[in-house]
Design a protein around this ligand. Structure first.
Ligand SMILES: NC(=O)c1ccc[n+]([C@@H]2O[C@H](COP(=O)([O-])OP(=O)(O)OC[C@H]3O[C@@H](n4cnc5c(N)ncnc54)[C@H](OP(=O)(O)O)[C@@H]3O)[C@@H](O)[C@H]2O)c1
Length: 329
């Protein structure tokens, strides 16, 4: 396995440059090619970032380039086909969240990667940030006892205007838009991590945009015995992205949980202890992906595919409750 990883990017939008820079920061690899459905977008990112090659077709990039891995950063509706295409070229893939449109697509990708013995990981970058790693350690050490409650919100104001439709993927059902898949997967993945299992019962409600996707949604996950997660996401309201994890012996508060660099641990009778954890960024997930490639792993123990699948299953259950289907499902 090479010591400097050659990456290709699929999808030349807003997040691709952030990945490019983070990869450079790791010192472990470079983006050598970028592919878009539009040659104009591919060229634009090529010029902006100084990428060697640009392609106006994903397939062409995969046919012509010698890559070690591919970062998939197009719409949620395209992740499944794009990852399948990479597998046909025997390439490991890092797939942006939301992993796919639904559980069935996620399951198929996981099976395919397994059959081909290829590394596959959801780009749930928050999972590898030092603050999240610290939380996992604290929970495993029983620092707050047994987790009984999680409260987390993730609201980012993203107005829907006629001017930005149909390009605006956030509200577009054909592109698997909606607050649930765009933002909700963060608290859902957090709940899966904190409780360590799937919920026993799932409840929730959503307010729909006129396009047919959720613009604000709330999720109540019941883990039995009074343990529960109350989560909320919104495109309409800006919300503090804080998470509060309550255990039988203490509380962990995480300001801005999706990109946290510190947390507060409070135990009965003690003063709140602020724990500084270090900078967050995409670098951590990239380093983990490289480590897995070097060690011949096909999935990351830090972001197991079973957890990705559980999150998609929970999202499906919520959409079923709301009667929200994507075209073609
Ligand atoms: N990890 C994070 O912090 C983070 C943050 C933001 C987004 N994301 C995830 O990263 C992925 C890309 O997000 P982004 O913000 O970069 O998205 P974006 O800028 O809106 O678009 C990314 C790419 O998706 C395709 N696309 C977007 N709108 C389209 C449309 N209307 N019709 C056809 N194709 C369209 C295009 O792919 P082509 O160029 O190939 O045609 C575009 O370059 C999503 O899965 C998103 O949830 C992650």
């Amino acid at each position: 396995m090479s010591s400097s990883f050659k990456w290709g990017i699929i999808g030349c939008g807003l997040i691709a440059p952030k990945f490019f820079q983070a990869l450079e920061n790791t010192g472990e690899g470079h983006v050598v090619a970028a592919a878009s459905k539009s040659m104009r977008r591919a060229r634009r990112i090529q010029q902006k970032l100084g990428i060697e090659c640009a392609y106006g077709s994903y397939a062409e990039m995969l046919e012509h380039e010698k890559l070690d891995a591919v970062y998939i950063a197009n719409t949620h509706a395209e992740h499944y086909q794009s990852a399948k295409l990479c597998f046909e070229h025997n390439l490991p893939v890092l797939v942006e969240k939301a992993f796919t449109r639904n559980e069935a697509e996620a399951e198929e990708l996981i099976d395919l990667a397994g059959m081909k013995n290829l590394m596959l990981m959801e780009a749930m970058w928050t999972r590898f940030n030092p603050a999240t790693v610290k939380i996992r350690e604290l929970l495993a050490d029983g620092a707050i006892g047994e987790v009984i409650r999680l409260k987390a919100a993730f609201g980012v104001k993203m107005p829907l205007s006629m001017k930005t439709m149909p390009w605006n993927r956030m509200y577009n059902p054909y592109l698997a838009g909606g607050a649930l898949l765009d933002l909700g997967v963060y608290p859902l993945a957090y709940a899966r991590m904190v409780f360590g299992r799937r919920p026993e019962r799932i409840g929730g409600s959503a307010k729909m945009a006129w396009t047919g996707v959720d613009k604000t949604s709330e999720y109540h996950l019941d883990y039995g015995g009074g343990r529960r997660a109350d989560l909320m996401t919104s495109f309409v309201e800006q919300r503090p992205r804080d998470a509060v994890i309550t255990g039988t012996k203490g509380i962990i508060t995480v300001p801005h949980f999706s990109g946290a660099d510190r947390l507060t641990l409070t135990r009965p009778g003690g003063a709140p202890e602020v724990i500084e954890c270090g900078a967050n960024g995409f670098e951590h997930e990239i380093l983990e992906f490289h480590r897995c490639l070097r060690e011949g792993l096909t999935e990351s123990p830090g972001m197991p595919l079973s957890e990705t699948l559980d999150v998609m299953r929970t999202a499906d259950a919520l959409r079923t409750l709301w009667g929200m289907k994507y075209p073609g499902e």
